[in-house]
Design a protein around this ligand. Structure first.
Ligand SMILES: Cc1cc2nc3c(=O)[nH]c(=O)nc-3n(C[C@H](O)[C@H](O)[C@H](O)COP(=O)(O)OP(=O)(O)OC[C@H]3O[C@@H](n4cnc5c(N)ncnc54)[C@H](O)[C@@H]3O)c2cc1C
Length: 322
Protein backbone atom coordinates (compact mmCIF):
# COMPACT_ATOMS: atom_id res chain seq x y z
CA UNK A 1 0.00 0.00 0.00
CA UNK A 2 1.03 3.61 -0.48
CA UNK A 3 1.56 6.49 1.88
CA UNK A 4 -0.80 8.30 4.25
CA UNK A 5 -1.40 12.03 3.75
CA UNK A 6 -3.23 13.90 6.50
CA UNK A 7 -4.43 17.47 6.07
CA UNK A 8 -3.99 19.50 9.28
CA UNK A 9 -6.07 22.60 9.96
CA UNK A 10 -4.20 25.59 11.33
CA UNK A 11 -5.02 29.14 12.32
CA UNK A 12 -2.82 32.06 13.26
CA UNK A 13 0.41 30.10 13.18
CA UNK A 14 -0.73 27.16 15.30
CA UNK A 15 -2.42 23.81 14.79
CA UNK A 16 -6.14 23.84 15.54
CA UNK A 17 -7.40 21.31 18.15
CA UNK A 18 -9.06 19.49 15.22
CA UNK A 19 -5.59 18.89 13.79
CA UNK A 20 -4.52 17.14 17.01
CA UNK A 21 -7.47 14.76 16.64
CA UNK A 22 -6.49 14.29 12.99
CA UNK A 23 -3.02 13.23 14.15
CA UNK A 24 -4.48 10.59 16.49
CA UNK A 25 -6.57 9.30 13.58
CA UNK A 26 -3.46 9.47 11.36
CA UNK A 27 -1.48 7.29 13.76
CA UNK A 28 -4.26 4.67 13.83
CA UNK A 29 -4.66 4.51 10.07
CA UNK A 30 -0.89 4.58 9.49
CA UNK A 31 -0.45 1.68 11.88
CA UNK A 32 -3.04 -0.27 9.86
CA UNK A 33 -1.72 0.53 6.38
CA UNK A 34 2.01 1.29 6.72
CA UNK A 35 3.94 3.44 4.22
CA UNK A 36 5.07 6.97 5.04
CA UNK A 37 3.01 9.23 7.27
CA UNK A 38 2.88 12.77 5.84
CA UNK A 39 1.17 15.88 7.17
CA UNK A 40 -0.01 18.66 4.88
CA UNK A 41 -0.57 22.31 5.80
CA UNK A 42 -2.01 24.90 3.42
CA UNK A 43 -2.28 28.67 3.92
CA UNK A 44 -0.58 32.00 3.58
CA UNK A 45 1.99 31.50 6.32
CA UNK A 46 1.97 28.09 7.97
CA UNK A 47 5.57 27.97 9.19
CA UNK A 48 4.68 28.09 12.90
CA UNK A 49 2.05 25.37 12.54
CA UNK A 50 4.43 23.28 10.41
CA UNK A 51 7.15 23.48 13.07
CA UNK A 52 4.58 22.33 15.61
CA UNK A 53 3.38 19.50 13.30
CA UNK A 54 6.98 18.30 12.97
CA UNK A 55 7.01 17.27 16.63
CA UNK A 56 4.37 14.52 16.24
CA UNK A 57 6.54 11.82 14.67
CA UNK A 58 5.49 12.00 11.00
CA UNK A 59 7.90 11.03 8.21
CA UNK A 60 7.48 14.48 6.73
CA UNK A 61 5.52 17.72 6.91
CA UNK A 62 4.57 19.36 3.62
CA UNK A 63 3.59 23.01 3.34
CA UNK A 64 1.85 24.81 0.50
CA UNK A 65 1.93 28.58 0.93
CA UNK A 66 0.63 31.47 -1.15
CA UNK A 67 -1.20 34.74 -0.36
CA UNK A 68 -4.18 33.42 -2.36
CA UNK A 69 -4.42 30.52 0.09
CA UNK A 70 -4.82 32.71 3.16
CA UNK A 71 -8.49 31.79 3.50
CA UNK A 72 -9.87 28.32 3.00
CA UNK A 73 -11.81 27.84 -0.20
CA UNK A 74 -12.74 24.33 -1.30
CA UNK A 75 -12.09 25.36 -4.91
CA UNK A 76 -8.44 26.21 -4.22
CA UNK A 77 -7.61 23.72 -1.45
CA UNK A 78 -9.13 20.51 -2.84
CA UNK A 79 -7.02 20.42 -6.05
CA UNK A 80 -3.88 21.03 -3.99
CA UNK A 81 -4.64 18.18 -1.59
CA UNK A 82 -5.40 15.86 -4.53
CA UNK A 83 -2.26 16.88 -6.43
CA UNK A 84 0.03 16.49 -3.41
CA UNK A 85 -1.55 13.07 -2.71
CA UNK A 86 -0.70 11.93 -6.23
CA UNK A 87 2.82 13.38 -6.14
CA UNK A 88 3.53 11.74 -2.78
CA UNK A 89 2.08 8.36 -3.68
CA UNK A 90 -0.55 8.65 -0.95
CA UNK A 91 -3.28 6.04 -1.18
CA UNK A 92 -4.98 7.26 1.98
CA UNK A 93 -5.87 10.93 2.37
CA UNK A 94 -7.71 12.25 5.37
CA UNK A 95 -8.25 14.67 8.23
CA UNK A 96 -11.03 15.62 10.61
CA UNK A 97 -14.66 16.05 9.63
CA UNK A 98 -14.95 19.63 10.82
CA UNK A 99 -16.96 22.17 8.79
CA UNK A 100 -13.88 22.49 6.56
CA UNK A 101 -13.33 18.74 6.39
CA UNK A 102 -16.93 18.07 5.42
CA UNK A 103 -16.53 20.52 2.56
CA UNK A 104 -13.04 19.51 1.48
CA UNK A 105 -12.79 15.73 1.55
CA UNK A 106 -15.71 14.80 -0.74
CA UNK A 107 -14.15 17.06 -3.39
CA UNK A 108 -10.73 15.50 -2.86
CA UNK A 109 -12.31 12.05 -3.21
CA UNK A 110 -13.95 13.17 -6.45
CA UNK A 111 -10.69 14.51 -7.84
CA UNK A 112 -8.82 11.30 -6.93
CA UNK A 113 -11.64 9.02 -8.04
CA UNK A 114 -11.36 7.54 -4.56
CA UNK A 115 -13.86 5.97 -2.21
CA UNK A 116 -14.90 8.21 0.70
CA UNK A 117 -15.46 7.17 4.31
CA UNK A 118 -16.84 10.29 6.00
CA UNK A 119 -17.05 11.10 9.70
CA UNK A 120 -15.70 7.77 10.91
CA UNK A 121 -15.42 6.88 14.58
CA UNK A 122 -12.85 4.05 14.43
CA UNK A 123 -10.23 2.50 12.20
CA UNK A 124 -10.87 -1.26 12.02
CA UNK A 125 -8.30 -2.11 9.31
CA UNK A 126 -6.38 -0.31 6.57
CA UNK A 127 -9.53 0.07 4.48
CA UNK A 128 -12.23 -0.67 7.05
CA UNK A 129 -13.85 1.97 9.19
CA UNK A 130 -16.72 2.26 11.62
CA UNK A 131 -19.16 5.16 11.51
CA UNK A 132 -22.36 6.07 13.28
CA UNK A 133 -25.55 6.52 11.33
CA UNK A 134 -29.29 6.88 12.10
CA UNK A 135 -28.68 9.50 14.79
CA UNK A 136 -26.01 7.32 16.39
CA UNK A 137 -28.32 4.32 16.84
CA UNK A 138 -26.61 2.16 14.23
CA UNK A 139 -22.93 1.61 13.54
CA UNK A 140 -21.94 0.64 10.02
CA UNK A 141 -18.67 -0.85 8.83
CA UNK A 142 -17.42 0.78 5.64
CA UNK A 143 -14.88 -0.91 3.43
CA UNK A 144 -13.22 1.07 0.67
CA UNK A 145 -12.29 -1.06 -2.33
CA UNK A 146 -10.90 1.62 -4.67
CA UNK A 147 -7.06 1.93 -4.82
CA UNK A 148 -7.17 5.37 -3.16
CA UNK A 149 -9.24 6.16 -0.08
CA UNK A 150 -10.32 9.46 1.46
CA UNK A 151 -11.33 9.30 5.11
CA UNK A 152 -12.51 11.97 7.53
CA UNK A 153 -12.53 11.31 11.27
CA UNK A 154 -15.07 12.57 13.78
CA UNK A 155 -13.14 14.90 16.05
CA UNK A 156 -14.86 13.81 19.25
CA UNK A 157 -13.93 10.14 18.69
CA UNK A 158 -10.18 10.78 18.42
CA UNK A 159 -8.49 12.37 21.42
CA UNK A 160 -5.99 15.17 20.89
CA UNK A 161 -2.55 13.77 20.13
CA UNK A 162 0.43 14.64 22.28
CA UNK A 163 3.70 15.71 20.64
CA UNK A 164 6.60 13.26 20.94
CA UNK A 165 9.31 15.87 20.37
CA UNK A 166 10.40 14.58 16.97
CA UNK A 167 11.91 16.77 14.29
CA UNK A 168 10.21 15.65 11.08
CA UNK A 169 11.57 17.23 7.89
CA UNK A 170 9.44 20.14 6.68
CA UNK A 171 9.36 20.69 2.90
CA UNK A 172 7.66 23.36 0.85
CA UNK A 173 5.57 22.25 -2.11
CA UNK A 174 4.93 24.76 -4.90
CA UNK A 175 1.31 25.95 -4.90
CA UNK A 176 1.09 25.66 -8.68
CA UNK A 177 -1.66 27.42 -10.55
CA UNK A 178 -4.29 28.53 -8.01
CA UNK A 179 -7.67 28.75 -9.68
CA UNK A 180 -10.66 29.63 -7.49
CA UNK A 181 -12.95 28.72 -10.39
CA UNK A 182 -15.01 31.85 -9.96
CA UNK A 183 -15.35 31.50 -6.19
CA UNK A 184 -14.21 34.45 -4.13
CA UNK A 185 -13.49 34.85 -0.43
CA UNK A 186 -15.60 37.81 0.67
CA UNK A 187 -15.56 37.99 4.45
CA UNK A 188 -15.27 35.80 7.51
CA UNK A 189 -17.93 36.60 10.08
CA UNK A 190 -17.19 35.06 13.44
CA UNK A 191 -18.87 35.58 16.73
CA UNK A 192 -16.25 36.54 19.26
CA UNK A 193 -17.04 34.77 22.47
CA UNK A 194 -15.05 34.78 25.64
CA UNK A 195 -16.06 31.18 26.24
CA UNK A 196 -14.36 28.14 24.68
CA UNK A 197 -15.55 26.81 21.34
CA UNK A 198 -18.46 24.40 21.76
CA UNK A 199 -16.76 21.50 19.97
CA UNK A 200 -13.49 21.97 21.85
CA UNK A 201 -14.71 22.73 25.39
CA UNK A 202 -14.05 20.30 28.20
CA UNK A 203 -17.32 21.29 29.88
CA UNK A 204 -20.59 22.14 28.09
CA UNK A 205 -23.77 23.40 29.74
CA UNK A 206 -26.80 23.28 27.44
CA UNK A 207 -30.33 24.58 27.82
CA UNK A 208 -33.53 23.36 26.21
CA UNK A 209 -37.02 24.53 25.41
CA UNK A 210 -37.89 24.25 29.09
CA UNK A 211 -35.79 27.40 29.68
CA UNK A 212 -38.85 29.16 28.21
CA UNK A 213 -37.18 32.43 27.19
CA UNK A 214 -33.83 33.55 25.78
CA UNK A 215 -33.20 35.86 28.72
CA UNK A 216 -33.28 32.88 31.09
CA UNK A 217 -30.15 31.54 29.36
CA UNK A 218 -28.27 34.23 31.30
CA UNK A 219 -28.41 31.82 34.25
CA UNK A 220 -26.73 29.12 32.16
CA UNK A 221 -24.16 31.65 30.94
CA UNK A 222 -23.25 32.52 34.53
CA UNK A 223 -22.65 28.84 35.30
CA UNK A 224 -20.57 28.51 32.13
CA UNK A 225 -18.42 31.42 33.22
CA UNK A 226 -17.70 29.95 36.63
CA UNK A 227 -16.86 26.55 35.10
CA UNK A 228 -14.98 27.87 32.05
CA UNK A 229 -17.56 25.99 29.98
CA UNK A 230 -19.11 26.48 26.55
CA UNK A 231 -22.86 26.99 26.24
CA UNK A 232 -24.97 24.75 24.03
CA UNK A 233 -28.67 24.32 23.37
CA UNK A 234 -31.26 21.94 21.99
CA UNK A 235 -32.69 22.51 18.55
CA UNK A 236 -36.05 23.42 20.08
CA UNK A 237 -34.40 26.25 22.04
CA UNK A 238 -32.55 27.46 18.92
CA UNK A 239 -35.63 27.21 16.70
CA UNK A 240 -37.61 29.20 19.25
CA UNK A 241 -35.04 31.99 18.89
CA UNK A 242 -33.87 31.75 22.51
CA UNK A 243 -30.23 31.41 21.47
CA UNK A 244 -28.28 31.53 18.16
CA UNK A 245 -28.42 28.45 15.92
CA UNK A 246 -24.68 27.85 16.11
CA UNK A 247 -25.16 26.68 19.71
CA UNK A 248 -27.28 23.73 18.63
CA UNK A 249 -26.04 20.35 19.80
CA UNK A 250 -27.27 17.22 18.08
CA UNK A 251 -27.73 15.29 14.89
CA UNK A 252 -28.23 18.42 12.82
CA UNK A 253 -26.11 20.61 15.08
CA UNK A 254 -22.68 20.19 16.61
CA UNK A 255 -21.32 16.93 17.96
CA UNK A 256 -19.63 17.39 21.33
CA UNK A 257 -17.91 14.96 23.69
CA UNK A 258 -16.72 16.99 26.67
CA UNK A 259 -15.60 15.61 30.00
CA UNK A 260 -18.80 17.01 31.53
CA UNK A 261 -22.12 17.78 29.80
CA UNK A 262 -24.89 19.41 31.83
CA UNK A 263 -28.32 19.31 30.15
CA UNK A 264 -30.81 21.72 31.64
CA UNK A 265 -34.52 21.46 30.72
CA UNK A 266 -33.74 19.21 27.76
CA UNK A 267 -35.98 16.16 27.29
CA UNK A 268 -33.34 13.96 25.61
CA UNK A 269 -34.73 13.32 22.13
CA UNK A 270 -32.56 10.88 20.13
CA UNK A 271 -31.53 13.68 17.78
CA UNK A 272 -30.13 15.65 20.73
CA UNK A 273 -28.46 12.58 22.25
CA UNK A 274 -26.73 11.93 18.91
CA UNK A 275 -24.73 15.09 19.49
CA UNK A 276 -23.67 14.59 23.12
CA UNK A 277 -23.89 10.98 24.19
CA UNK A 278 -20.12 10.55 23.84
CA UNK A 279 -19.65 12.94 26.78
CA UNK A 280 -17.73 11.35 29.66
CA UNK A 281 -20.07 12.47 32.46
CA UNK A 282 -23.64 13.59 31.77
CA UNK A 283 -25.71 15.53 34.30
CA UNK A 284 -29.39 16.23 33.66
CA UNK A 285 -31.62 18.74 35.38
CA UNK A 286 -35.28 18.34 34.47
CA UNK A 287 -38.56 18.76 36.32
CA UNK A 288 -39.95 15.56 34.73
CA UNK A 289 -38.58 12.38 36.32
CA UNK A 290 -39.73 10.46 33.21
CA UNK A 291 -37.71 12.59 30.78
CA UNK A 292 -35.63 10.26 28.51
CA UNK A 293 -32.44 12.21 29.26
CA UNK A 294 -32.36 10.52 32.68
CA UNK A 295 -31.83 7.13 30.98
CA UNK A 296 -28.48 8.37 29.70
CA UNK A 297 -27.46 10.69 32.53
CA UNK A 298 -24.82 9.65 35.05
CA UNK A 299 -26.32 12.09 37.54
CA UNK A 300 -29.89 13.37 37.45
CA UNK A 301 -31.65 16.08 39.39
CA UNK A 302 -35.45 16.16 39.20
CA UNK A 303 -36.11 19.80 39.89
CA UNK A 304 -37.29 23.02 38.24
CA UNK A 305 -34.29 24.86 36.81
CA UNK A 306 -35.64 28.06 38.43
CA UNK A 307 -34.68 26.53 41.78
CA UNK A 308 -31.74 24.35 40.73
CA UNK A 309 -29.63 26.84 38.75
CA UNK A 310 -29.32 29.61 41.40
CA UNK A 311 -28.36 26.98 44.00
CA UNK A 312 -25.86 25.38 41.64
CA UNK A 313 -24.35 28.75 40.81
CA UNK A 314 -23.92 29.83 44.39
CA UNK A 315 -22.41 26.45 45.34
CA UNK A 316 -19.99 26.56 42.39
CA UNK A 317 -18.97 30.10 43.31
CA UNK A 318 -18.38 29.01 46.88
CA UNK A 319 -16.23 26.04 45.79
CA UNK A 320 -14.29 28.08 43.24
CA UNK A 321 -13.98 31.03 45.57
CA UNK A 322 -15.39 33.22 42.77
C1 LIG B 1 -34.41 15.44 11.47
C2 LIG B 1 -34.37 16.01 12.86
C3 LIG B 1 -33.17 16.51 13.32
C4 LIG B 1 -33.10 17.05 14.61
N1 LIG B 1 -31.91 17.52 15.07
C5 LIG B 1 -31.82 17.95 16.34
C6 LIG B 1 -30.59 18.39 16.89
O1 LIG B 1 -29.55 18.43 16.23
N2 LIG B 1 -30.54 18.78 18.19
C7 LIG B 1 -31.66 18.77 18.98
O2 LIG B 1 -31.53 19.14 20.16
N3 LIG B 1 -32.85 18.38 18.49
C8 LIG B 1 -32.96 18.00 17.19
N4 LIG B 1 -34.17 17.62 16.71
C9 LIG B 1 -35.36 17.90 17.52
C10 LIG B 1 -35.63 16.85 18.58
O3 LIG B 1 -36.42 15.82 18.03
C11 LIG B 1 -36.40 17.47 19.76
O4 LIG B 1 -37.58 18.08 19.27
C12 LIG B 1 -35.61 18.53 20.54
O5 LIG B 1 -34.34 18.02 20.87
C13 LIG B 1 -36.37 18.89 21.80
O6 LIG B 1 -35.69 19.89 22.47
P1 LIG B 1 -35.89 20.09 24.03
O7 LIG B 1 -35.50 18.86 24.75
O8 LIG B 1 -35.24 21.37 24.40
O9 LIG B 1 -37.47 20.38 24.13
P2 LIG B 1 -38.61 19.49 24.73
O10 LIG B 1 -38.62 18.14 24.14
O11 LIG B 1 -39.84 20.32 24.62
O12 LIG B 1 -38.21 19.30 26.25
C14 LIG B 1 -38.19 20.33 27.17
C15 LIG B 1 -37.85 19.72 28.51
O13 LIG B 1 -37.78 20.75 29.47
C16 LIG B 1 -38.30 20.25 30.69
N5 LIG B 1 -38.74 21.43 31.48
C17 LIG B 1 -39.75 22.29 31.20
N6 LIG B 1 -39.81 23.26 32.12
C18 LIG B 1 -38.81 23.00 33.02
C19 LIG B 1 -38.39 23.64 34.21
N7 LIG B 1 -38.96 24.75 34.65
N8 LIG B 1 -37.36 23.11 34.88
C20 LIG B 1 -36.74 21.95 34.44
N9 LIG B 1 -37.14 21.29 33.33
C21 LIG B 1 -38.15 21.82 32.61
C22 LIG B 1 -39.44 19.36 30.27
O14 LIG B 1 -39.76 18.41 31.29
C23 LIG B 1 -38.89 18.72 29.01
O15 LIG B 1 -38.26 17.48 29.31
C24 LIG B 1 -34.26 17.10 15.42
C25 LIG B 1 -35.47 16.58 14.93
C26 LIG B 1 -35.52 16.06 13.66
C27 LIG B 1 -36.81 15.49 13.17
Amino acid sequence: MGNVLIYLEQAEGALRPAALSAITFARAVHKAQGGKLLFLLIGDNVKGAAAQAATFGADGVLTVEAPALQHYLAETYAPIVARVAKEQGATLVGGTSTAVGKDLFPRVAGLLDAGLAPDISAVLAARQFRRATNAGNVYQTLEITSPAAVVSARQTEFSRAAAIGSNSPVSAVAPGNIDAQGAEFVELQTQKRDRPDLTEARIVVSGGRGMKDGKNFAQIEQICDVLGAAMGASRAACDAGMVPNDLQVGQTGKVVAPDLYIAVAISGAIQHLAGMKGSKVIVAINKDAEAPIFQLADYGLVMQWEKALPELLSELKRIKGA
